[in-house]
Structure formats: structure tokens, C-alpha cells
Design a protein around this ligand. Structure first.
Ligand code: LLP
Length: 424
């Protein structure tokens, strides 16, 4: 019975099943969206993105902390429309390459609200950031200091504010590929090296050393990890600015319960007040927690094969969502107009390798060719890591709000696949 089905918290805020058991997101019927825009498609609820952005901002205010910046880690969803939405909500933006910097400026962010990251930026990227007058450049290594010393020397403008990224020796309890805070990391300088690096930075006239940064890892569920990070960097000195990175985890499946955004912010504010002292300017850089749950992917079933298992093949896969293959990430799925069901299937993609399985042992309601399948929680690092494997054009991004849908990133065409060829 459709009316007894309820949606779990993994779906975008404002999603519902209508009287016929059909999924609606942002007031739009997803079967109609699949028909109108084709599949696969990323469907993103604007209300969801806005609500989460405001939860971060309100979290600081509720915790009584006024001097803060919520900086969207654009790598999680580097689409202009997403970035522009967050710019309008008053967020800053974390950019980790000249490309993301370019996108952020086009999306309308005030350069002063940009934080420039990376462990391997070349001269041209630093020059682009210096020319744009970004809010902060985050220094990742001694080689970065050499580069910035050279490149900032001739600048007529005021000194460039910088933060030093420290690997605080605290490992996020998460997949090893997305854990970054451990001592043996490619990111940041070690606690041992930090004092010498800070001394060098403070002495450079072209730079204005403002404080410290860490990013412990991604998809973190334990607030204690963040508290440990703050405690680890506290002895490095007293600075006006601390950027505590991103990493707050989200629920990919119904049984997962990550910390609420407000609780996470409150814990950081409290840890900062206790460990770093009052009145600090605090930055955080959420990516996933801003965009993951706002997005779903719609696929259409192309084939159903039964051998030892039941294999339900859809028209996308590792070209639109690499996360199951890279990190063993677990997702849920439903037939978009028949939630529930108990047919055990492997939901597979269309790519030419056996590893292209989106979900093993998904329970679906007897999926058939032509059904629309919805996979929730694909807003973060889905579009971001999409690729053209097997010559599959990348999927569009559709914004939905108040019953209206609009394409904000179009589907790639077959001609796009050879648009960069130079010899015919
Ligand atoms: N700040 C810095 C410096 C980062 O490197 C990252 C993510 C973030 C903030 C945002 O982290 P978040 O809040 O999204 O956890 N592709 C992987 C995630 C890689 C995260 C890289 N850095 C995935 O799909 O799980």
C-alpha cells in the first residue's frame, strides 16, 4: 500500500510519495522528470541545499559565535548553479585548483570569501589566486612557501592572507582513501615541522599569516575526532583565524545517523573556545554535508538477467557514481513508483567491467525493463567525479523546487565526446 510507505531521512528534504506511491522531489514527479529529461539524471532539490546551508549558518549563531565563515567545499558538487545558490546564501567557497577557482568566480562568489587549497599547485595556480585576491591561500608545504615567497614578492597589493595546513596526527575513522588528518599524509605539514613553517611565513612581507587549517577526513561520524583535531593544533600558537576543514558525514542508508549539522557546529565552537580561546574567527568547509542528501540519481532499467543472482542493469553506473567502486560505498535504491519490495538484486551499471555494480543485494519491488530506479544521496561527489568511460555522455543536473524543474547542467552530447579532438 503506497500510503503506508514513508521516506527515510536519506531523501531530499521535502520529498514525498504521492497517493499512488510515486516519488516526488521538490514537488516534481520523478517519473515525469525521467520522461522529460531522460536518464540517467541527477535531480537536486534547491530547498534541501538551502536548508542545510542555513543550518550551518544558524548553528554558529545558536552557539553564540559571530565571527565565522561557512565555506562550501566545491569539489563535492562543482556545478555553477550549486555554487551560485550557496554564494547567494552567504557561504564562502573552498577551491582546490585553478579550475575550481575559475568556476567559483564565475558563480559569483566574492573573491574575499574564497579559500584556496591544494597539495600540488603550480605557479600559474598561485598567480591566479593572488591575482583574484582570494580570502585565504592555504599553505600545504615548504615548497608552497618557496613558491609564495617568489610570487608574492613583486605584488603591489596588500599582503596575501594565508593559513598553514597542519596534519594534526588525528585520523578520521573513515575509508583510508578519504582520511587526511593522520601524520603520514600527503596533505599539510606535520606538527613537528609546523613551528619552522610558521616562522618562515610570518617573516615574509608579501604574506599575512592569519592562522591554521586542518581537514581530518571525510564522511566522519564522530564529533570526538574534530575535538581531538582542535586540541592537537592548539599548542602551535595563538592565531586570529582557524579553519577546521570539512568532513561531517551524512546518511547514505536509512540506518545511518550522522551528527546533526547544528550539533557538529556547536561541538566545534565549544572545542575552539576551550582549546583556542575566545573571539577566534572560525571557518569550516563542508562539502558532502551540504549537497549529498539533496541529490538523487534517476536511472532506467534496461535489462533484468537471472543466473545465480538477479542482475538489474541500468543506463548509468560508474560513469555517474564512482563511489561504490572506489570506496565500497553503500547506497540504497527503490523503484521510483513502487517503494519497498523484497526481490533481492544486484543493481549494475552499463560499463564493461564486473566491478561496475552500484548496489549489491538491493531489495526492490520486482524491477522490470522500463522502470525508473532512484538512488538517493548522490549529490556529493557524483557529478563531481563523473566521467566518460565507455563513451557515455555525462548526465545532466536538474534543479527542482516548488513543482518546477530546470536543467542547470545539460546532458553531454555525442559530439561533446570528440569536442577536444584536434585532427578531425
Ligand atoms: N576541505 C578540504 C581541504 C578537503 O580536502 C575536503 C574534501 C573538504 C573540505 C570537504 O570534505 P567533506 O565535507 O565533503 O567531507 N571523493 C570522496 C571525498 C573526498 C574528499 C576530499 N576532500 C568521496 O566521494 O567520498
Amino acid at each position: 500500500m503506497a500510503s503506508v510507505q514513508t521516506l527515510s531521512h536519506v531523501y531530499p528534504i521535502g520529498s514525498r510519495l504521492d497517493d499512488h506511491g510515486r516519488l516526488q522531489i521538490g514537488g516534481c514527479d520523478v517519473l515525469e522528470l525521467a520522461e522529460r529529461f531522460g536518464t540517467p539524471a541527477y535531480v537536486v532539490s534547491e530547498e534541501d541545499l538551502r536548508t542545510r546551508a542555513r543550518a550551518f549558518l544558524d548553528g554558529f549563531r545558536a552557539a553564540g559565535h559571530e565571527d565565522f565563515e561557512v565555506v562550501f567545499a566545491s569539489k563535492a558538487f562543482p556545478a555553477t548553479a550549486v555554487m551560485a545558490l550557496f554564494a547567494k546564501e552567504g557561504l564562502g567557497c573552498d577551491v582546490a585548483s585553478a579550475g575550481e577557482l575559475h568556476l567559483a568566480l564565475r558563480a559569483g562568489f566574492d573573491p574575499a570569501k574564497l579559500v584556496f587549497h591544494g597539495n600540488a599547485r603550480d605557479d600559474a595556480e598561485f598567480v591566479a589566486a593572488l591575482d583574484a585576491r582570494v580570502g585565504y591561500i592555504v599553505v600545504d608545504s615548504g615548497d608552497d612557501i618557496d613558491r609564495l615567497e617568489r610570487l608574492s614578492a613583486g605584488l603591489a597589493a596588500a599582503p596575501q592572507p594565508v593559513l598553514l595546513r597542519v596534519a594534526p596526527g588525528v585520523s578520521g575513522h573513515t575509508h583510508e582513501k578519504i582520511s587526511t588528518g593522520q601524520a603520514d599524509s600527503k596533505f599539510g605539514v606535520s606538527l613537528q615541522e609546523a613551528p619552522a613553517a610558521l616562522e618562515r611565513l610570518a617573516a615574509l612581507p608579501g604574506l599575512d599569516l592569519q592562522g591554521l587549517h586542518f581537514h581530518l577526513g571525510s564522511q566522519l561520524f564522530t564529533l570526538e575526532t574534530f575535538r581531538d583535531g582542535v586540541a592537537a593544533i592548539a599548542p602551535l600558537g595563538d592565531f586570529p583565524v582557524y579553519d577546521l576543514g570539512g568532513g561531517l558525514g551524512v546518511a547514505y542508508t536509512a540506518e545511518q545517523e550522522p551528527p546533526a549539522i547544528e550539533d557538529y557546529v556547536a561541538a566545534l565552537v565549544e572545542a575552539a573556545r576551550e582549546q583556542l580561546g575566545p573571539g577566534k574567527r572560525l571557518l569550516i568547509e563542508p562539502g558532502r554535508a551540504l549537497v549529498a542528501n539533496g541529490g538523487v540519481t534517476l536511472y532506467r532499467v534496461v535489462g533484468v538477467k537471472r543466473n545465480v543472482s538477479t542482475w538489474v542493469a541500468v543506463d548509468g553506473g560508474m560513469s555517474d557514481n564512482l563511489r561504490p567502486m572506489l570506496y565500497g560505498a553503500r547506497y540504497e535504491a527503490q523503484v521510483a513508483d513502487r517503494f519497498g519490495g523484497s526481490t533481492r538484486v544486484h543493481l549494475t551499471g552499463k560499463h564493461c567491467e564486473s566491478g561496475d555494480v552500484l548496489i549489491r543485494d538491493a531489495l526492490l519491488d520486482d524491477p522490470r525493463v522500463g522502470d525508473v530506479i532512484v538512488v538517493p544521496v548522490t549529490g556529493a561527489y557524483g557529478h563531481a567525479m563523473a566521467n566518460n568511460y565507455n563513451g557515455v555522455p555525462r548526465a545532466p543536473v536538474i534543479f527542482v523546487a516548488d513543482g518546477e524543474a530546470r536543467v542547470v547542467v545539460r546532458r553531454e552530447t555525442l559530439d561533446d565526446l570528440h569536442a577536444r579532438d584536434v585532427d578531425g
